[in-house]
Ligand binder design. Structure first.
Ligand code: ATP
Length: 254
């Protein structure tokens, strides 16, 4: 589905990503782990076009996307959530999810302008789709609440509903359970597994190793901008390089 070839990125002369190469297979969950500052968010930003890639190639199916702007990449079916929630607090929960559909809707806007009844039908269909996405994430009854009035855990689920609403080809999840309690984390894990069961492809950045080991099909490990290991969750968990760079350190501070 997605292939990264020697992706590099610098910030003011300091390398954030160095020659990162790996693949994200279709219908699977690939987890990206590593210590703080390893480059995980930078990589997600490069894939989604929020950041520009300095060198290397990012192929979606076979199409290079590393020079496309964020909206062009979204248009190709790459959706994401953000580590720091990016919801419109005063808009309703439903309208927030609708923003995940605007790319597709805008494409047919001018066509629809010529046929007003068709535009109304389309709007009804979009709202229905957004409601279904909210229902998937257990939030249908709060569709008309202002997003700012929801709990932190609910906001995280709205972000996920917005990412999945347009049936994306690939979803980038940036720390979906950061700051959540055990119950909320288990709930998100359930949703992630459901989406995988429905055939979705995901790249999951997460520090919660229990979640990663639970849901991931393969794990890629970044350290100081370099890919230091990759493989099944079991293989990565017992890899001495990974234990030394990340997992061992986590246990030491737990
Ligand atoms: N906009 C920026 N300007 C300058 N340096 C940046 C910027 N964004 C990230 N960096 C640097 O790039 C490196 C990688 O950061 P990044 O946020 O991608 O790491 P991360 O693995 O996502 O960390 P965390 O787990 O803490 O979120 C770090 O050294 C960071 O300080």
């Amino acid at each position: 589905m997605l292939l990264l070839k020697n992706v590099s990125k610098w910030f003011g002369g300091l390398p954030a990503l160095q020659d990162v190469s790996f693949g994200v297979p279709r219908g699977r969950i690939t987890a990206l782990i590593g210590p703080n500052g390893a480059g995980k968010s930078t990589l997600i930003n490069c894939i989604s076009g929020v950041d520009t890639t300095a060198s290397g190639q990012i192929l979606l199916e076979t199409r290079p996307i590393e020079r496309l702007p964020a909206h062009g990449i979204a248009d190709l079916g790459v959706a994401r959530t953000f580590q720091n929630l990016k919801l419109f607090a005063r808009l309703s929960v439903l309208d927030n999810v609708l923003t995940g559909l605007t790319v597709a809707a805008e494409r047919s806007f001018f066509r629809s302008m010529l046929r007003l009844p068709a535009l109304r039908t389309q709007e009804r269909q979009l709202r229905l789709k957004a409601l279904e996405a909210l229902d998937d994430f257990g939030l249908a009854e709060k569709a008309n609440w202002p997003a700012g009035a929801l709990s932190y855990g609910e906001k995280k689920r709205v972000e996920m509903a917005r990412a999945f609403v347009g049936d994306p080809r690939l979803v980038l999840l940036d720390e979906p359970v950061a700051g959540l309690n055990a119950d909320e984390t288990a709930r998100i894990a359930r949703h992630i597994r459901q989406k995988r069961g429905a055939g979705h492809t995901m790249l999951l950045v997460e520090h919660d190793m229990e979640l990663v080991m639970d849901v991931a099909d393969q794990v890629v490990v970044l350290d100081s901008g370099r890919c230091i290991a990759g493989g099944s969750p079991e293989a990565v968990r017992s890899n001495p390089l990974v234990l030394d760079a990340y997992l061992g350190r986590m246990e030491a501070t737990a």
